[in-house]
Write a protein that binds this ligand. Structure first.
Ligand code: HMG
Ligand code: MG
Length: 303
């Protein structure tokens, strides 16, 4: 079993999409450059969604061409054909489509049904494969345990959507525990339902509203999963998931992984510094525990 834990950093996208204070494009680029310098290879940097729905990421087309040409795996969310066109125009090579296991959630998030979303993605993946033969596609499934509108979700509903995404040829699925309610036993039930899927095609995406994200990561690691999404400083939330807290902090994930003997390729100190300017712009305190520990150790060493 691999001792490398692959982190997909979603801070610039999931971390910022819900923030009302507009962050200048240059500050986003500086954030991304610092995340890369800290060793993060996979970074979801923005969304080509409707700027009316998510104004914070309305600068996706300006941001994309300014990304560092440094071999980083940069990706972006695309919700529909219009989003795909916009992404292709600026040279995007890695896209993420997104739906959910809950009908009510997909209605709020995409203004369509699950089936409509899947039909749209089928056509989009086909176009994308034609235009970007070496490209890469991720498929998100949100609300894998509970939906803020429909309540508990049966693991079979997750399985159905995962199977549909894999059948259309996505390279990887990311399973979103969107509102941060789940505990390991619930995640294990989802894992059982998708046990037929190769583990290197599955990422887990935990929000940490109730502080259970690391316990859920531990449960997945014990089962052999090695791909996890996280957001520097624990920034984040979904505008269409009321009550959803920030994402699992990348800082906490790196600490947990490295301390458990899994390598991540990430420098914890550089990572802790990477999100400081964004936290300042947002007027937010540092809440990720591993980040605070790293920064207070660094300050103590300086004094
Ligand atoms: P709609 O209003 O039904 O779309 O929204 P429409 O086709 O009727 O278009 C309305 C207007 O938006 C039109 O402009 C379109 O041109 C424009 P108008 O004629 O009014 O001037 N438009 C677009 N503009 C730019 N780019 C586009 C685009 N599409 C339409 N791509 C739509 C449907 C899908 C657009 C909308 O619902 C949308 O953008 N949704 C995205 C919501 C979103 O970003 N949610 C957060 C991401 S998901 C998430 O956070 C969960 C995740 O982290 C995992 C987890 O935690 O579980 C991934
Ligand atoms: Mg999310």
């Amino acid at each position: 079993m691999s001792d490398f834990l692959r982190i997909v950093e979603v801070g610039p996208r999931d971390g910022l999409q819900n923030e009302a204070i507009p962050i200048p494009t240059e500050a986003k680029l500086e954030f991304i450059r610092s995340l890369r310098a800290a060793g993060l290879q996979d970074i979801e940097v923005t969304s080509f969604v409707s700027p009316k729905w998510v104004p914070q990421l309305g600068d996706a087309a300006e941001l994309w061409p300014q990304l560092p040409a440094d071999g980083g795996h940069y990706s972006a969310l695309v919700p529909n054909a219009r989003g795909l066109d916009r992404a292709l125009e600026v040279g995007v090579e890695r896209i993420a489509v997104f739906t959910a296991a809950s009908e009510a959630f997909v209605q709020k998030n995409l203004n369509m049904s699950i089936e409509e979303s899947l039909a749209g993605f089928r056509a989009m993946v086909e176009t994308f494969r034609q235009q970007r033969p070496g490209g890469w596609v991720r498929g998100y499934v949100s609300t894998i345990v509970e939906c803020p509108y429909a309540g508990r979700i049966a693991p079979e509903q997750v399985q159905n959507v995962v199977d549909a995404l894999l059948a259309m040829g996505v390279d990887e699925v990311s399973l979103g525990e969107t509102i941060g309610v789940a505990v390991p036993a619930e995640i294990e039930r989802v894992a059982e339902a998708i046990a037929h899927v190769p583990k290197d095609k599955v990422a887990w995406h935990f929000h940490d509203t109730r502080g259970t994200a690391i316990a859920n990561v531990a449960a997945c690691v014990a089962q052999g999963y090695r791909i996890f999404d996280a957001s520097a400083a624990g920034l984040g939330g979904c505008p269409y998931a009321p009550g959803a807290g920030g994402n699992l902090a990348t800082d906490d994930l790196v600490y947990f992984a490295e301390r458990s003997g899994l390598s991540t390729g990430v420098d914890a100190k550089a990572l802790a510094k990477a999100s400081e300017p964004i936290l300042k712009l947002l007027g937010r305190p540092m809440t990720a525990r591993a980040q605070r520990a790293v920064c207070s150790i660094a300050d103590t060493a300086r004094n």
